[in-house]
Each structure stands twice: as C-alpha cells, then as structure tokens.
Design a protein around this ligand. Structure first.
Ligand SMILES: Cc1cc2nc3c(=O)[nH]c(=O)nc-3n(C[C@H](O)[C@H](O)[C@H](O)COP(=O)(O)OP(=O)(O)OC[C@H]3O[C@@H](n4cnc5c(N)ncnc54)[C@H](O)[C@@H]3O)c2cc1C
Ligand code: FES
Ligand code: FES
Length: 1314
C-alpha cells in the first residue's frame, strides 16, 4: 500500500523543516495526508499538521486551503496558487511544494503579518475557518504584496465563515491593499484619529471609539522573509522526469506519464480510466458513487498547457486552469479591438463568479468542458461562440464542434474512449456580432448557478437584421441545452420588439424552463451596442428600426446593470471606558479573542486535532434511507467479514438506556425519518468504517402516513404535544457550524472511567446521557471541551447522542462528514404562521391573533421550548393590547429540529413584522410609521405581565433613524425607483426587543473554580463553553478586574465536568453573564482571603502576597457560584416574569433588487444595539455583525431542499448557500448605544455573552428581507398588482424574480402570487 515503483518525491511540505514524502496512497487527498499522517522525520520526531481543517470535503468552504507552488516550465517562474486540500489528490503534487498554515508562522517562533492582522482585527471567532482564510490571503500576498481591494475580494471569495460576518476579515486583508493604507474613515472627520483633544465625535460624544483604527501596531509585510521554493524541486522542474511514474494503492493505481505519447498509449490501454486534472468534478463524484481503479494524471504533459494566439482566435490547452484562462482572456482582451473580444469578455464575466479562487486555480478547462455539468458556466458561452475541441489520440488528431450534440453526450459527437481533449479553440468575434453571458445564482460569488445562458447574435453588416443567432441555457436540464430551432426561425428578423416577443414565445415552446428575462437583457444590450455602432459608422436611415429602438428609455436601461462586487465600508462605534479606570483593568476594552493568534496559526486544537491514542478505532454511522418504516431486518454479516471491521453496534448492544421513548439513540424496530441512526460500524480507519457501512443490509416495510410539511401535519393532526389576513412561511436553517459534530471517547483502565473530548455546548448533558446509556454513575465520566468550532444551538443536544453511541468501551473517534451532519442533525424549525389583525386607518393595531406551527421533525428534542420562546417573543417591541398567540409543534417524518440561535424568535417575529407590513400596505402608510405608532413608549408590561422600561428601545430607534438618515434615504429610494424600471431599491427600519435567559431559575445558575498557584499565576475554570463567542476572554476580563492583576497572569485551559459539575448549556443568551457572576464570586472570595496580607504589605507585589498566603495556610482555590436570576412562567394563567431582562436595538437596511434576475445588493445597514457597558465591545460588535449576516442567510439564501421521499438534497455548501464574503452590505455600520446602564447584570453589561446580540442579531437579518419586500412592493405598485403578496422566507432570487411579476413571468405562467 502506498508504495511506488520508483520512489519519487511526491510532495514537499514547506514547514519550518522541509518534509519530503515518497510513499502515498493514490486514493488519499492532501487533507487526509496532512491531518492523519504521522510522518517520521529524519530527526525522529512526529509531524501531524492539523492546522488545515476539514469542514465540507467538497471544495466549497475553503477551510482546508493551502498554497501550492510549482515551477512553470513556460514562464520559468514559480507559480503560487491556493487550492482546497480536500480535493487535491496527493499524487497530483509530484514536484510541488505545499505551504500549510503551519509553514506561514507560529506563535512559538514568528507570526506572519497576515496571521497577526486577522487576529488583531478581531477576524476570528470560533477560529475554524481562520487557517483557510489566512492561507487564501497569504497566497494572494505571495503573488502580489500590495493587492487591490478587488483582488482581495476575489482571493477570499472561496472561503466561508459562519461566525464573523466577514467584515473584520476583510478589514484585516485591506490593511495590505494599495488603496487602503490608512483607516477608511481617516480624513472624513469620522475617524477617531481625526479628533483632537477637545473635539467631539460626529455623534457629539467624545467618549465614543471606533474599533477599526488600530492598525498602527501591525508589523509590516516583508516579502523577502517568505519561505523559498525548494532548490531540489527547482532542479527537478528544470530537468523534468520523462519516465512514467506509477503509484499503487490498495484499490487504486495512479499513473502519471511524462510524455504525451505515453499518455495516449496509456489511454489505449486503460480506455475507461479518467484523466485527473483539477479533480474538482471527479473528486466529489468518486466520494459519492464513482470508483475508478486506474487514474491517469496528465499534469506533467506540457502540450496540454499550451496557449496559441491565431489570427482568427485563441487556442487554450485543456490542462490550463480556469484561473490561468482568466489571465489569458484578460490579456487578449487588452490586446485586441473590442469587436473581436465579445466572446472572451462573456467568458471572463462568468469566470469571475465561477466558484471560488481555489477551485478556479485547480479546475482545468478540459475537465470543465468534458464533465459537461448541467450548470456549467462556460459551456453555454463556448457553445454559442462556435468553439471547437481539438482531440488527440494515438491514432492522430481531429476536431469536433462544442455544440449541443457534444453537450448532450451523443456518441457520434463525443470523444472516443482512447481520445483526449488537447485544447479548445475559441474564435474571435467580429464586427456586428454580440456575445453575452448571464447567470442567476443564490449568491454573487462561489455559488453554482440555478440557471445561466450564453447568447450570440450576428447582424448583417450595417443593419439590424439577424444573420446568425445562438442561444444556450444551462441549469434547466440534464445538460447545457441549445435553443437551436427558435434561433433558426428568427434568422432574417430585425432586432426589435416584435422579434423579442416572437423570440420569447418560441423559446417558451422549445426550452422547458426558459429564463426569458435573460433574452430581454440581451436584447437591450445589443440595442445599446447598436446605438454606438450607428453613431460610429453613420449607418443610413432605415437600416435600423428606429421606431422601436427609440422606445428604450433610460428608465429601462437599469435592466443592463449588474451588481458590482465591492469591498464593504463601515464604522463600528462603542463607548470608551471611564478615563479613571485602572490601566490593568480590561473590562470594557476591545480585547482580542484569547485564542485569536492560535486560530490564525492553526495551533488552536479542536476536538479532532487531538493526536491518536493507543489502539484508537474509528466509528461511522448507518442511517435510515426511509422516512417512515418498520425495520424488518438488519444484516451486518457482510460488514463483519471485512478484516478491518472490529464491530457493529446496534441498539441491542446498549447496556443501559437507549435514549428516551420516542427519541432513541439507535433505532429499534421503526424509523421515523431519513437520516435516523440505526447502527454504527467500528473499524481500524475512518475510511474503512465508512466503506463498511455500505455493506450493512437493512430491509424496511414502509409505513403510513409520511408527513413532511407543517400543512400535512395539521391535516393529519400530527403534533408533538398537545378573519385571517395572510399566511407566512419561514423556511428552516442548517446550523452549518464549520466544525462538524465530533467526539473522541477514551475509556480508562480502571473503574469504568471514561474521558470524552467532545465538540459541544453542553458537556454535562453528554456526561449524563453516556452515564445512562452505559449504566454507570456520572462521576466516572469526564467531558472535556477545549473549544468548539461553532455551535449556534446545534451542539446543545446532539453531541450527547454521538458521545453515547461512541462510548463502546474502546478508544473511539467519531467525526461526521458534512453530508452526514446535515442529514442527521436537523436545524432551525421551519414555521407556518397565520394571522388575523384588526387595525385603525391610522395604523394603530387594535387586535392581533397569531397562530404558529413549527416543523419539529420526528422527535420532541427542544421543540416545546422553542414554541414557548416563540410565543413569549412574538410581540417583539409592539404594544398591542388585544393579543392572542398560539403555537404548536408538528411531528413530521424529517430529522428532529433543534435549538438554533434565537430559539424561534427569528421565525416568529417575521410573522409579526409581516403583519405590520401588510397593515401598512392596507393603510397606504410606510411600514416605519406603523412600527413607530405601535412601539412600546413608556414603562409598561408585556402581554405576559412582565414589567419593563422601553427607554433604551426608543433611544435605539431614534439613534437609528438619525444615524441612517432614514427619512432622506427613504426619499432618495423613491427618487431612484421613479427613474429605474428594472432595478428597485427598498428600505426598512425595525425595532427589536429581545428577551434574555431561560424561563426557569435553575437554568440561570452557574459555577466557577479559580486556583491561584504559588508563582502567582491563576487558572480559571467555569461552566461556559468557548464556541467562538469569546466567553473565555470575557471571563478573564472579569477575573482581571476582580483580582486586580493583568489578564496575562491568567489562563483558561478547558471546560470540564470534573472541575465545574452540573453545568447548564451555553445557550439562551445567558452563558457569560451567569458564569461571569460565578467567576466574580470566586475571585472576590479569594481576594477577601488575601485582604489581611495586602493590608499588611500594601507595597508588596501580587507574587509576594500569594507566597505569604501559602505560608499562612490560606486556601488559594475557591469555587464561585451564582444562584441565577429569578424567572418563572405560569402557562395556565399566561403570566410570569420569564426573563431576567431585555436587550433592545434597531436596524435599518437598504437594498437594491434586480427585477429581471431577482438578485439583490445590500447597500447599507445601520445597527444600533443596547449593550449597556459592554464587557468587550470588539467581541460584542463581532457577534452582532456575524449574527446579522447569518440572519441574512436565513431570510435570503439558505434553503433546505428535500426529495419527495424526505431525503435532504441540500447537504453540502454547493447546494446549501450560507452567505459569502460578497454578502456583506456595502456600508455596514454597527454602534453600541452609549451611556446605557443596567443595574441587573455584571458590571452593568448586557453584552456579556454572544447570544444577547447574536440571537437578536439573527432577527436583524430580516431587515434585509423587509427591505427586499419593500422594493418588491414598489414594483408591484408600479405595475398595478396586489401589494399584499404572500410572505415567504427565504427571499431567494427565484422568489424575488417571480414576485416582481412582469410580462416575462406572466409568459412563464407560473406566478406564485394571488
Ligand atoms: C466547489 C465547487 C464549485 C463550483 N462552482 C462552479 C460554478 O459556479 N460554475 C461552474 O460552471 N462550475 C462550477 N464548478 C465545477 C467546475 O467548474 C468543474 O468541476 C471543473 O471545471 C472540472 O475541471 P477539473 O479539471 O477539476 O476536472 P476533473 O475533475 O479533473 O475531471 C473531470 C472529467 O473530465 C475528464 N477530463 C479532464 N481533462 C480531460 C482531457 N483533457 N481529455 C479528456 N477528458 C478529460 C476526466 O476524465 C473527468 O471525467 C464547481 C466545482 C466545485 C468543486
Ligand atoms: S473542507 Fe475543503 S473546501 Fe471545505
Ligand atoms: S470564525 Fe469563521 S467559522 Fe467561526
């Protein structure tokens, strides 16, 4: 296994010490090699590079980004490019150097400026995406030490982050950009550095500070300090090996020929063997279904990378990467007259938005063309532009057209088995020829298109008569399809509206789901170009149909503009600390996340980074493929026959309790959803365990009924427990934490003790569940949580299931892959709401009756709590005296939904806000007037009779109106809308009242343990878990203030059930608040004990006092405890004090929508939150920004798709689109309300934990939704269509497109609206 016949050097890892590797498994990727491989170095030490992270395994998230460097034989230069290690076959790295995050810098030696800046700019929260971000940015700087902002956006476009909202990451990258060497606000009067001693800030408060202006401290970038390309590899590249290299694995052989002749001979010998270029198409396919015993790698064949410029076009080698193709096209566009480069421009336009930078660096033109993906961006353009494919085989060469027959895979138009694609010839365009490309996708960047098109027309010289026309669509069938028949029928027609009308009906007939609006855009584009040509060439009167052309007014030209990708701007303001606060006291300061530097260097250890333990085995889960069925048999014999399989665990093997009734850990007799866990395979490696799951045969007998939607559940009266104006639908949401669920269980040799290392928000729950599953006391089990790579509620309940299944009495590692995680774990509850509302003409709401149904999935999980929270939070900030809220959790045959940031609030409040919008439409008033009129204004009681003072709510609202210049912008929006028919702007401002905590006192208790050691160093432990929200950082800030010593003397190692027992889940907005109280209490106890010594020796140092305390036998360890806030709810009477306090805020968002595509651009967002005296404003602002962006995902892009059989389709970042770096508003301002106080919380802070801000922040994302709805309403008003359309979240481009009903959507005859 992994032995080569030639022992070539396959990979050179640029680490502080260079590592050369010779023996590799051809099936392995670079990621598995880095993470799992234990490489024995000459110095006899072991290397395990865990900085490169696994998060999706399909090239879609960028967490595994590394830099590959290769010597380019043509330019004789070293080419550095970023790649996703999860798709990079290890064998393809022959002769390449790989730099991982560990090779860039380390906290032990020297930090690289990229690492330092991302950390200090607060660009890391959970830190799981950070190494990937660092590597993308580092590669960009290796190629261009002073990149443009556009290059920065492009470079980071393939990296996802679920926590930060990207703004601080971009901010750190921007410090390297040539346009931006100083604060973006500097010189505008808004930057704090512009303010003199006696100036006041633009807010009129000179104690307000802006986080962004702290870049003076950064070390400068010195490109001469970078690692050099290994001379051995340079020598290898200069004298290239011509031999064929073969790498044998257990199942797969990798053959890399050194010459084209050898490659062609090999293709004859192995006609079925695929050619592996970028592996971005082959790799994901091989993971799921395809298996190829022989793989041919043409990476060393220089003929496939040739580029030839001819007089009639450009021939690009099939081996050129898409990134190289971008450069080649850009170069050619600069060299040639515009008329010749129409096709190149169209291709370049699509290449800019095709995938992320890493995929464009890896994917080849040949692989792209040959894989013929149905939504290929390039094939439609190449097809309409008459591109030809140059094929080569041992027999010779031939050309075939890249046309609809080739794209449909017709044998007569395809490659023969022994042929390969050598190059693609793309002809120049000519005068009077126009080529365009269009695409509609969920996000602007890094999203596969739903539909795309390439269009080309050749007009008869000097006229508007169609001489030739080609249209091809992608995404609407199994392959790219051509509208050949329609195009033929249009030949000879003049380019006018009559032709457009006819073309639309022809296309509708020919292509099953045409996006006719693309044709309309193309029509306008050509018209515009024609106008230019007419002027340029003085075309005679009559040659063009001026009657129709003159009708295209400026108002309609808005159809042509695309949304440009721009780097966001913004200001983050917060209150400065009291000038009299001691310098050592960090409370209120924007302290960097404690682990930020380790996140940036990859040295932060996550659960799966823990080195393998002795005799460790791996577990893989077998899940149900049926939604509702009886299990008639489970046959594990074939799996057990495999030599590497150790055991298969079924429900019968559980010695204690198998979960709860109706919520079993492992299914018994019956399954209730696709993805329910049935059994688990234990094997020597993760790959073997996974493969063995396929050998387990389960037979089912389907059961009725099968229920998937809330409406079905209502029909079947399927619940988990026991004058309508409108309906509201809110889709569910996948947590998409970057670190999937993972656990490592290590049994000890004595007394049935177990150590469990787990990525969870609730270690005590894991401990309890494992105890009952194994039937052993809780005190034998210790759960450890060092840090969690994002949780968002998804790691409250589920990790206990995985911990319990993995506790089989052997060291077991269980790591869910992304698809499994998304399939099994459930997410946010989809909601179906109905409301009845009574209101006055002036917008005062008199009565509101809301009924909400949430889709709970197949088990109870947290659904009861979610529905309770939802009901209590539905009123948001509005005082409506006659209210009736009812909620029910529906039982369906989907995986159980669970806790998610906001706990029902983001879904429920959307119903309330939709009702407000509908009332506004009925009253003919703007929605903000209805909101203002109905908002709580004075001290009052909620519907459940809890008293509160909305003073800061009103302050937030007024401040938001003021800071966003709301009214003048409302006018500007209206002006814009009058002038633009196909683009509309919308604006929305909404107040937020969000309640904090659980409705039960016992859930608010917390404990901490603080030890002082004899050298004066302090170890703090508390019951909260570090999920990226900076809880540990805040706890040390508290301890530092209390003990009056710097944070640098303190440490938090982990959260452990052995140090702080019986903890409550870090959730429900209360974690850092209550744990902070416990830490404070422990520190105060310790300080009290030290007081006599300090009083006696006030001049002494901390170390002196501790030494003296030890001498005097004073205990230097204390437990702190906080009993919790009182909270209760009497559901019978409908009254209570369920929440300790409320958080207030307001936000305003402005968007622009493209009516023809449904795409939107976030123009500006202003958020004001009341954090009182924030413990750490940098962390709190980061939480607000991150959750806002996550909220925009919920309401605009994240769509769960199921098959009719209840199988979740959207199981990877390809199919499920979380916001990307281009989703940040162009201007994004966040302010913490100054001078706000609350006596209730620690140091008067409401910002002591992430969740206050992030749960309410989630809902703030809906403001983008309502701004989009505002724009849609304008469109519908203008077109005289009913304004009160059905509210459906997410507002995906398809939904927006259809809501903007026009002649084209009408033609499709598929309008969703009443
Ligand atoms: C995360 C992600 C996002 C993506 N987003 C987009 C997107 O937005 N738009 C879009 O259009 N595409 C997108 N893609 C698809 C991507 O463009 C293709 O996967 C890629 O172009 C394939 O090229 P490759 O070199 O990786 O092919 P490989 O995977 O290496 O090979 C693919 C197939 O082509 C064959 N082949 C390769 N070269 C030759 C040759 N010279 N002769 C004969 N056969 C050959 C191989 O045998 C194999 O069957 C995305 C892919 C990923 C992974
Ligand atoms: S893990 Fe490789 S791109 Fe997501
Ligand atoms: S910090 Fe980016 S995913 Fe958590």
């Amino acid at each position: 296994k992994g032995v080569t016949d030639t022992s070539p050097i396959i990979i050179s890892l640029l680490f502080p010490t260079q590592v050369m590797e010779r023996n590799v498994d051809p099936e392995g990727t670079l990621l598995t090699f880095l993470g799992k491989n234990w490489t024995l170095l000459s110095k006899s030490w072991l290397l395990r590079l865990t900085g490169t992270k696994y998060a999706c395994g399909r090239g879609g998230c960028g967490a595994c980004t590394v830099m590959v460097s290769k010597h380019d034989p043509v330019s004789r230069k070293i080419r550095h490019f970023s790649v996703t290690a999860c798709l990079m076959p290890i064998c393809s790295l022959y002769g390449a150097a790989v730099t991982t995050v560990e090779g860039v810098g380390s906290i032990k030696t020297r930090l690289h400026p990229v690492q330092e800046r991302i950390a200090k700019s607060h660009g890391t929260q959970c830190g799981f995406c950070t190494p990937g971000m660092v590597m993308s940015m580092y590669t960009l700087l290796r190629n261009n030490p002073q990149p443009s902002e556009e290059q920065l956006m492009e470079g980071l476009g393939g990296n996802l982050c679920r926590c930060t909202g990207y703004r601080p990451i971009l901010e750190s990258g921007r410090t390297f950009c040539m346009e931006s060497n100083s604060c973006q606000q500097k010189g505008t009067g808004k930057c704090c550095l512009d303010w003199g001693e006696n100036d006041s800030s633009p807010l009129g408060k000179k104690n307000v500070h802006e986080v962004i202006c702290e870049r003076g401290e950064f070390q400068s970038l010195d490109p001469t300090q970078e690692l050099i390309f290994p001379p051995e590899l340079l020598r290898m590249a200069e004298n290239p090996e011509k031999r064929t290299l073969t790498f044998y694995g257990e199942r797969v052989t990798w053959i890399s020929p050194g010459t084209l002749k050898d490659l062609l001979e090999l293709k004859v010998k192995h006609p079925k063997a695929p050619l592996v270029l970028g592996n971005t198409s082959l790799g994901p396919a091989m993971k799921s279904q395809d298996f190829h015993p022989v793989l041919l790698s043409p990476a060393r064949i220089s003929e496939l990378s040739m580029v030839t410029k001819t007089s009639d076009g450009l021939t690009i080698g099939a081996g050129c990467s898409l990134a190289q193709m971008q450069d080649i096209l850009a170069e050619r566009i600069a060299e040639l007259p515009e008329e010749k480069t129409q096709t190149y421009r169209a291709l370049l336009k699509h290449l800019r938005s095709l995938a992320g930078q890493q995929i464009r660096n890896m994917a080849s033109l040949g692989g792209h063309v040959i894989s013929r993906h149905c939504c290929s961006d390039l094939n439609p353009v190449l097809a309409v532009s008459n591109a030809t494919l140059n094929l080569i085989s041992a027999e010779g060469t031939r050309q075939i057209p890249l046309n609809e027959h080739f794209l449909a895979g017709l044998a007569s138009a395809d490659l023969k088995a022994e042929e390969i694609l050598e190059s693609v010839h793309i002809p120049h365009s000519q005068k009077w020829e126009f080529v365009s490309a269009f695409r509609q996708a969920q996000c602007q960047q890094n999203a596969l298109p739903h539909v795309n098109a390439g269009m080309r027309v050749l007009l008869k010289e000097g006229t508007d008569s169609i001489e030739d026309l080609s249209i091809a669509y992608g995404g609407v069938g199994a392959a790219t399809i051509s509208a050949h028949r329609s195009c033929q029928l249009l030949l000879g027609r003049r380019w006018n509206e009559l032709m457009l009308d006819e073309a639309c009906s022809l296309l509708l007939d020919e292509v099953s789901l045409p996006v006719i609006s693309f044709l309309f855009k193309f029509y306008l584009e050509v018209l515009q170009e024609l106008k230019k040509l007419v002027k340029m060439f003085s075309v005679p009167v009559g040659a063009l149909d001026s009657r129709h052309h003159s009708e295209v007014s400026d108002q309609f030209l808005s159809a042509l503009e695309n949304f440009p990708v721009t780097i966001p701007q913004g200001v983050q303001t917060y209150q400065n600390v009291d000038p009299h606060q001691p310098l050592q006291d960090p409370v209120g300061c924007p302290i960097m996340h404690l682990s930020a530097l380790k996140h940036a260097t990859g040295e932060a250890m996550f659960c799966d980074d823990i080195p393998m333990v002795d005799k460790e085995l791996f577990m893989a889960l077998v899940t149900s493929s049926r939604a509702h069925a009886k299990i008639t048999s489970i046959d594990v014999s074939k799996a057990l026959e495999l030599p590497e399989v150790v055991d298969v665990i079924t429900a019968e093997d559980i010695p204690g309790t198998n979960g709860a009734e109706g919520d079993k850990l492992l299914a018994v007799d019956e399954v209730n959803c696709v993805g329910q866990i049935i059994c688990a395979v234990v094997a020597e490696t993760d790959v073997q365990a996974k493969r063995a799951t396929e050998k387990i045969e389960i037979t089912y007998e389907d059961l009725e009924p099968v229920i998937f939607t809330v409406k079905d559940a209502i029909k079947h009266n399927s619940f988990l427990f026991d004058q309508i104006l409108e309906e509201v639908h809110v889709g569910g949401q996948e947590h998409f934490y970057m670190e999937t669920q993972r656990v490592l269980v290590i049994p000890k040799t004595e007394d049935k003790e177990l150590d469990i290392y787990v990525s969870t928000q609730d270690p005590a729950h894991v401990q309890k569940t494992v105890s009952s599953t194994l039937n052993i006391p809780i005190n034998r089990i210790t759960c450890h949580v060092k840090r969690v790579g994002g949780g968002f509620g998804g790691k409250v309940g589920k990790p206990a299931v995985f911990g319990a299944i993995a506790a089989v009495g052997h060291p077991i590692r269980l790591v869910l892959d992304r698809e499994e995680d998304m399939l099994i774990t459930g997410g946010r509850h989809p909601l179906f709401g109905k409301y009845k509302v009574g209101f006055m003409n002036n917008g005062r709401i008199k009565a509101l009756d809301i009924e909400c149904y949430i889709n709970g999935g197949c088990t109870l999980d947290d659904s009861e709590l979610v529905i309770a929270f939802l009901i209590l939070k539905l009123e948001n900030a509005y005082k409506i005296r006659n209210l009736r809220f009812q909620g029910r959790a529906c039982m369906t045959n989907l995986p159980s939904n669970t806790a998610f940031r906001g706990f029902g609030f983001p879904q429920g409040a959307l119903v309330t806000e939709s009702c407000i919008t509908a009332v506004a439409a009925k009253c003919g008033l703007p929605p903000e007037k209805i909101r203002e009129k109905n908002t709580y204004k004075t001290v009052d009681k909620t519907i459940y009779k809890q008293a509160f003072n909305p003073e800061t709510l009103i302050r937030c609202w007024n401040e938001c109106l003021d800071k966003s210049s709301f009214y003048s912008r409302r006018m500007q929006v209206e002006e814009f809308n009058k002038k633009n028919y196909w683009k509309k702007k919308g604006i929305a401002i909404i107040p937020v009242k969000f309640s904090v905590g659980f409705a039960a006192t016992s859930y608010h208790q917390a404990a901490a343990l603080v030890h002082i050691y004899t050298d004066g160093s302090v170890l703090v432990t508390h019951g909260g878990n570090e999920l990226g929200q900076g809880i540990h950082t805040k706890m040390l800030q508290v301890a530092s203030r209390e003990l009056k010593i710097p944070m640098s003397c303190m440490h938090i190692s982990e959260t452990s059930t052995a140090t702080v027992p019986n903890t409550v889940a870090t959730a429900a907005s209360i974690g850092a608040d209550v744990n902070g109280r416990a830490v404070q209490n422990a520190c105060q106890i310790l300080l009290k004990r030290l007081e006599p010594i300090i009083k006696k020796h006030p001049e002494g140092t901390w170390e002196d006092w501790i030494e003296a305390a030890f001498e005097q036998r004073i205990s230097l360890s204390a437990t702190g405890y906080f009993r919790g806030y009182k909270a209760f709810m009497d559901w019978e009477k409908g009254v209570g004090d369920p929440f300790p306090y409320y958080v207030y805020g307001a936000a305003c968002s402005e968007v622009e929508i493209g009516c023809l595509t449904g795409a939107h651009k976030k123009i500006k967002t202003d958020i004001i939150m009341d954090a009182c005296c924030s413990l750490n404003p940098a962390i709190d602002i980061g939480q607000i920004e991150g959750s806002f962006i996550q909220g925009t995902g919920l309401y605009t892009t994240e769509e769960l798709k199921y098959s009719p059989e209840g199988v979740l389709y959207s199981r990877s970042p390809d199919e499920y689109k979380i916001p990307t770096i281009t989703d940040v508003p162009e201007e994004f301002n966040v302010s913490l309300l100054p001078s706000s106080q609350t006596p209730l919380t620690i140091y008067s802070s409401k910002g002591s934990t992430q969740t206050y801000h992030c749960t309410s922040g989630m809902f703030l994302g809906s403001f983008v939704f309502f701004a989009i709805a505002d724009a849609v309403a304008t469109v519908r008003r203008e077109r005289d269509i009913a304004e009160d359309f059905m509210v459906q979240s997410p507002a995906t481009p398809e939904w927006v497109r259809m809501a903007c009903a026009d002649q084209f959507t009408e033609m499709v005859g598929n309008c969703l609206f009443s």
